[in-house]
Design a protein around this ligand. Sequence first.
Ligand code: FAD
Ligand code: GLY
Length: 376
Amino acid sequence: MGKVFDVAIVGGGVIGSSIAYQLAKSGKKVVILEKSSLACQASSAAAGMLAAQAEIEQDGPFFQLALKSQSMFPLIASELLEYTGIDIEFVNKGMLKIAETEEMAAALKKQVAFQRSWDSSIQWLDSKELQHMESNLAPTIVGAMYLPNDGHVQPAKLSLAFAKAAAHFGAEIRENTEVVSFVYENGRIAGVKTSEEEIHCEQVVVASGAWAAKILRETGMDLTIYPVKGECFSVKPEKPLINTTIFSDKRCYFVPKRNGEVYIGATVVENTFENNVTAGGIATLIERAMKIVPQITNAKWERVWSGIRPQTGDGIPYIGEHPVWSGLFVAAGHFRNGILLSPLTGIVVAQLLNGSLQDNQFLTAFRLDRKREMVY
Ligand code: FAD
Ligand code: GLY
């Protein structure tokens, strides 16, 4: 029999690592089991935007989760720096969600009205005001929703900092360790099986992103979690081209990082685990990007990369306990927003496991056996 832990976490991405941090901090003996290396998948491919208002356009538990999680970043950044020495490069210079046509402008103005009920600093900027703020934006851009309180982080650093902070509080991290099955005992989950050994524990959390559905199938749970590839590229202009994040739509955004790199993402390729960058994908992105910030053409090329987003049937994550096997929990399917949602997911899951979760809303909205037709 392997070593006994309180909790085994399957997956060392930003979600597994955030959960491990909160649990270890609360005194649990935790082990993170990662098939390959920490943050090797979506969590290092992300652009790192904390785009609650730009990406989620209607109210509900998912939006509220996103807003609350977004508000935690200043505190999380300083906590992680204190415990690990890692600076997650939290930048809080705002975001412009732009309209390229009058039709898009009309829709965005409605969004401004809706979003102002949460944050009165959000406003509509017309083309002239926009040029004043970001002179390298194409003059054809009609206007933008300005979100002064939006920010971004360096996603791989965030993910690694969560894991290192978990280790600071005693968590064990095992890389190159694939979980292949579970240990069942008296109607509950009593551990996991890797190809090498059985690891016994009180509770298991499956946080393996786009790969979560596969391992859960043997438990009788058929969750709709599927892969959606995203490809990105970055440039490093000699002088900064933009100051704020520029978000055109879900297939084209610009994130100016602290090191001078501008991340430009991202394609949306459904149902593939093939994590490769294609010439066609990058060509489409460049074409879109040049229409929005034409000066991109002259910027020094930096790199390309891709990652696999974990999407769900109804677009919101699964966070909850298995309806049949007690002791087995899932936190997966954070799709386009796992970086943004990671601080609060860690806290909610730790409370769920500790039996101290007060807010029933989370249990209901994100539960594993929710009806798929529900819209959030
Ligand atoms: P992952 O990071 O994929 O981690 C899962 C881990 O589980 C992996 O390391 C994997 O190796 C491991 N694993 C799998 N199976 C097993 C097993 N059987 N045993 C052990 N380990 C296993 N989100 C934002 O909030 N803002 C953004 O700007 C943003 N931009 C994005 C841009 C792109 C191009 C992409 C691809 C994603 C973006 N996202 C963004 C989404 C975000 O990256 C994901 O939602 C988040 O990283 C998911 O984290 P995770 O820990 O669930 O999954
Ligand atoms: N949230 C940005 C992306 O998933 O591409």
